[in-house]
Design a protein around this ligand. Structure first.
Ligand SMILES: [Fe+2]
Ligand SMILES: [Fe+2]
Length: 485
């Protein structure tokens, strides 16, 4: 496919997403305030502007719901974590009205949007979905809305292109799980920041879903830890550490109940940081001595927080231990310094390995260029001074491969690829499964790109493609997330 096609498709996706976000925004504003309120008017202005721009470009818009997928003019919109609320809100709204199709004609007026959303908001919810679509259509006619039309929900099929394979559904589910995890982590951290003791119950539910997902389809959820292009490091870091720790725990044979506890320990490991000054946490330059000492207080601040949280609710003791010990290193040379000899527990060692890997591979304020994943794993494995349990680092390498999911690599064919999964053969960790992102002549490929297993030899027993080196995706204008969403 040519580069032009990539751009066009991308532009439609982008303005389609903007349209859904503005429909959701206007609908929420109308729910909260009377129509003459400035917030409602502003939301309607935005909605009208984005719909008009898209209609002018496309000559009309058809938004179709197929299962949980949303198509705009046959192009499936991909769920992102930043527009997660708008997407699920839109799907829920359409489903509650029994609507599966919304057609918007060029020339639609701002008044038609306002009337349509007001009718939707006033629709009785206690009647059959079919009746609801009929009632909605009738009211729209009475109100003289002519450039908007709705149709009932259809089962699968219509409008669904090959874009929505069964694998995608698993991925969508993984994304929802991930987004819920991030939301739960945000709740806890913000609660602690405001001096509230958060509830462990909601957190436990989010963790159960993550564990179930790891048990079910490890690859899709570990792949999501590579989507780090947003500014929510604190929350995504806890969720990533939780996912890595649970996936590792599963490899070690822990049972589901143990994994729930481990997940909770991992998600809460840095909770003490919520009690520190954000200026220290987000400082872009290196820390002064006293700031460094403050930062080092987060393990015991976390311990105190979790002890309080424990009152009345069953928080596993090992979660408190992990918050306390996760920077101690296995030779006890880290912090806080233990008063007497101790052996670091398995949960803590697992959390420490997951924590070290995620922290080193993530871009943060003071770390403009994150280390490449393969270099991080090598350092964790080769340098005993880092203080990780070598057996667990080895297990992490087996889990992620030498080239973890999301790594951008150059092949000996001059193609550039993004790693999509570890080789199923443990002897072939250097030959992962990849998606081709740039072809041999340097042309960008439409994501998600062709999938190739580098460990499969050709008829002569040689390998058609081999990794030459790891590179930064930005060099080729690639966004790793595009290959997973
Ligand atoms: Fe920490
Ligand atoms: Fe951490």
């Amino acid at each position: 496919m040519t580069e032009t096609t990539v751009r066009d498709d991308g532009a439609l996706r982008q303005s389609g997403r903007a349209l859904l976000v503005s429909i959701h925004g206007a609908q929420r504003a109308l729910k909260l305030y009377p129509v003459e309120n400035a917030a409602v008017q502003r939301a309607l202005d935005e909605l009208h502007a984005s719909a008009t721009a898209l209609c002018a470009h496309e000559g009309g818009i058809e938004i179709r719901l197929v299962g949980d997928f949303i198509f705009i003019n046959q192009t499936r919109l991909r769920l992102g974590l930043d527009n997660f609320a708008a997407f699920s809100g839109f799907v829920a709204l359409m489903k509650s009205c029994g609507v599966g199709l919304l057609r918007v004609e060029d020339g639609i007026t701002r008044w038609e949007w306002q009337a349509f959303l007001s009718i939707l908001a006033a629709l009785p919810t206690n009647i059959d979905p079919d009746e609801r679509v009929e009632m909605l259509t009738q009211r729209m006619q009475e109100a003289d809305i002519v450039r908007l039309a709705v149709g009932p929900a259809t089962e699968g099929g219509a409008g669904a292109s090959s874009d929505a394979g069964p694998g995608d559904e698993g991925l969508e589910r993984a994304k929802r799980t991930y987004a819920h995890g991030v939301a739960a982590a945000r709740d806890v951290v913000q609660g602690v920041r405001m001096g509230r003791m958060p509830s462990a119950r909601r957190l436990k539910r989010a963790i159960q879903v993550i564990v179930d997902q790891v048990m079910d389809n490890e690859l899709s959820i570990t792949g999501l830890t590579t989507l780090r292009e947003y500014d929510e490091y604190t929350f995504t870091h806890s969720v990533n550490v939780c996912i890595f720790a649970v996936a590792l725990g599963k490899r070690l044979g822990l049972d589901r109940l143990q994994l729930y506890d481990l997940g909770l320990a991992a998600l809460l490991h840095d909770i003490g940081k919520a009690r520190l000054d954000p200026a220290i946490l987000n400082k872009a330059t290196s820390l002064e001595d006293h700031e460094w000492r403050t930062l080092q207080s987060h393990p015991w601040l976390g311990t105190l927080t979790l002890f309080k949280m424990r009152e009345g609710e069953a928080l596993p003791y090992r979660a408190i231990l992990a918050a306390h010990e996760h920077h101690m290193k296995i030779d006890l040379s880290g912090y806080p310094r233990p008063v007497r000899p101790r052996r670091i527990g398995l949960f803590t060692r697992l959390v420490a390995v997951a924590d070290g890997y995620d922290a080193a591979t993530t871009r943060r304020v003071y770390q403009n260029v994150p280390l490449e994943a393969d270099a991080v794993l090598k350092e964790m494995w080769m340098n005993p001074g880092r203080g990780y349990d070598p057996t667990l680092v080895k297990a992490l390498i087996n889990l992620l491969g030498i080239y973890p999911v999301g790594t951008c690599v150059i092949l000996d064919t001059f193609e550039v690829a993004i790693v999509a999964g570890a080789s199923p053969d443990p002897e072939q960790l250097h030959r992962p499964i990849v998606r081709i992102a740039v072809d041999a002549s340097g042309g960008r490929v439409t994501p998600p790109g062709k999938i190739v297993d580098l460990s499969v030899p050709d008829a002569d027993g040689g390998y058609p493609r081999t990794i030459v080196k790891v590179t930064a995706p930005e060099r080729y204008g690639l966004v790793v997330g595009d290959f997973f969403i």
